[in-house]
Design a protein around this ligand. Structure first.
Ligand code: NAP
Length: 533
């Protein structure tokens, strides 16, 4: 039966989001015998892999590192066709999971949660959809992802444009025919880089509006051979073990040797070897000093700049595409498959926004401080109001009538990234550490399932972070962040891509294993730092 036709609206658990996290949370809730409903604004399951169906969208994580780890049968049944799976395949995978585990009967699609309110008497959450429908549950789990609130800058005259405006994070499900069109792309982050590379050869003319050039590095994708497929299946236990042990949940370890054990010449040869590797090896498996020592970081950045220069025919243009204003690794590295070569094409041009900023959008296109450009399509690859945006855009009201948006006006405050004081039984099921999905999301989902089981087994009504534990966690997280290169750049990591948003590191910057150990320790000690009522 279509869940939206079901008369019941009272559940043990309501989950917002049917993406990677929400699907597993649903699976575990059902396994625990709880009544559960998932609401998702999308027309299908998949979360980020449903919405980001823009041309060129693809994993930057190795496919074998991305599948769920919790079902041996699933691991056995699913074949990845490419080492870095393209978006359609990943969306297919998540649909397969939904069918394979019969999850759909508890998922209501096209169901956007508009507001949620905690009732202090019943100690339950009531949830309201944009359709006016209501439901209530003891536990509310926000499995909304960190990058689901799309962000479009408020350019003057943005509504005046008469052509087609698109955001990559809300790409039309039926696709868009860009052939023969004059297309603008604003934004050169990981999304813009994938999209630009894919569409350049189809459009009549592509104009890229770049604010900050990035240290883009080759993805080096290729098909998975049958032998490799078999190898994944035979070694998943080891692969998963490795994912749980590495600092960021990828298949990479930093080198155990120091950069200073090598001469400058030897380091250069070493960088060449790194460069030839696929994926994030360039970021996560080099010398540890690349991420801790400014001189070594600058040396590696210089190596990458030269790699970029070598790929662009016009040296003046090349300099515009070379990042110089932030250290390597302080922004997420876009992985690419022929990105820089795109700029050697006659039908592609680059507008450097720091030299000639956008003044306004017009009926026919974009006006910069230098000139007006006419377009048929403007694509905003301008990113997301990350981490907090998906939560604060809903009107979530806690015990004192305070909304999450109000509580976090001066910066995000949680305990362990999982719960926030004043909002009992509201679990934030997003991966708040720097860590590859879904291996780290699985840990968060399992922790939440464990906490719910604990509350119910002890006949309690609620679990809530104490203000003291939360304050200590916020302070500890800020202290860790103060040692990180990430604050040297403006990025969604720092919230600084959103005008007016407090500038602070939004993700917990300790290693994923350390984060996991802390969460497990808190649970093992009877949920220390939480009020159980
Ligand atoms: P992003 O990294 O935040 O990049 C947004 C781009 O838009 C940047 O180039 C930014 O310039 C530009 N921009 C923002 N506001 C602007 C303005 N007012 N005027 C001009 N330019 C503006 O967003 P994203 O590329 O969508 O990537 C976000 C995250 O999604 C990634 O870090 C990654 O975690 C995830 N992602 C993953 C994959 C994958 O795994 N395959 C692929 C794509 C994205 P500045 O740099 O100057 O701010």
């Amino acid at each position: 039966m279509n869940p939206s036709n079901r008369p019941d609206s009272t559940f043990d658990v309501i989950i917002i989001g049917a993406g990677v996290t929400g699907l597993y949370q649903l699976y575990l809730a059902r396994k625990a015998g709880l009544s559960v409903r998932v609401f998702d604004a999308a027309g299908g399951v998949g979360g980020t892999w449903y919405w980001n169906c823009y041309p060129g969208c693809c994993f930057d994580s190795e496919s074998e590192s991305y599948g769920y780890t919790w079902s041996k049968a699933l691991l056995e049944e699913w074949d990845w066709t490419e080492h870095f799976s393209p978006q359609p395949e990943t969306e297919r995978y998540l649909n397969y999971v939904a069918d394979r585990f019969d999850l759909r009967r508890d998922i209501q699609l096209n169901a956007r949660v508009q507001a949620a309110r905690f009732d202090t008497k019943t100690r339950r959450w009531s949830v309201q959809l944009t359709t006016g429908e209501r439901a209530s549950a003891q536990f509310l789990i926000a499995a909304v992802g960190v990058l689901s609130a799309d962000y479009t800058p408020e350019f003057v005259g943005i509504k005046d444009f008469k052509g087609l405006s698109l955001h990559t994070g809300r790409w039309p499900r039926d696709g868009v025919d860009l052939r023969g069109k004059r297309v603008a792309v604003i934004g050169t982050g990981p999304t813009g880089v994938q999209l630009i590379t894919k569409i350049a050869r189809d459009v009549a003319h592509l104009t890229v509006f770049q604010r900050t050039p990035n240290y883009c590095a080759p993805l080096r994708n290729r098909p998975v051979t049958p032998a490799e497929q078999q190898h994944f299946k035979a070694t998943y236990a080891e692969i998963h073990q490795q994912l749980r042990e590495t600092p960021a949940g990828f298949l990479y370890h930093f080198d155990t040797r120091s950069a200073f054990e090598f001469s400058a010449e030897e380091r250069l040869a070493y960088y060449e070897k790194l460069w030839a590797l696929p994926g994030f090896a360039k970021w996560l498996s080099g010398f540890p000093e690349v991420m801790t020592n400014r001189a070594i970081n600058e040396e590696f950045a210089g190596f990458l700049r030269n790699k970029i220069r070598a790929r662009i025919n016009d040296p003046v243009l090349a300099e515009k595409l070379v990042p110089k204003n932030h250290p390597f690794g302080s922004k997420r590295i876009p992985l690419e498959s022929g990105y820089f070569e795109v700029y050697n094409r006659d039908n592609v041009s680059l507008v450097e926004l720091l030299e000639t900023p956008i003044q306004r959008m017009t009926a026919s296109g974009i006006e910069t401080s230098e000139r007006a450009y006419a377009f048929d399509v403007i694509i905003y690859a301008t990113g997301f109001d990350a981490v907090t945006g998906p939560l604060t855009r809903m009107n979530i009201e806690g015990v004192n009538g305070q909304t999450l948006g109000e509580k976090w006006a001066d910066g995000v405050r949680t305990y362990l990234g999982l719960l926030t004081a004043g909002f009992p039984n509201l679990f934030i099921a997003t991966n708040s550490a720097f860590c590859n999905y879904p291996v780290c999301a699985e840990m968060v989902v399992e922790w939440i399932a464990g906490a719910i089981a604990h509350v119910r087994a002890n006949n309690l009504a609620s679990i809530e972070a104490t203000p003291e534990a939360e304050a200590a966690w916020v302070e500890h997280s800020a202290e860790l962040a103060s040692h990180s290169f990430l604050s040297d750049a403006n990025s969604w990591f720092m919230g600084s891509n959103i005008p007016g948003k407090k500038r602070a590191l939004l993700l917990y910057s300790n290693s994923a294993p350390a984060y996991r150990a802390k969460c497990e320790e808190v649970a093992a000690h009877g949920y220390q730092g939480f009020t159980l009522q």
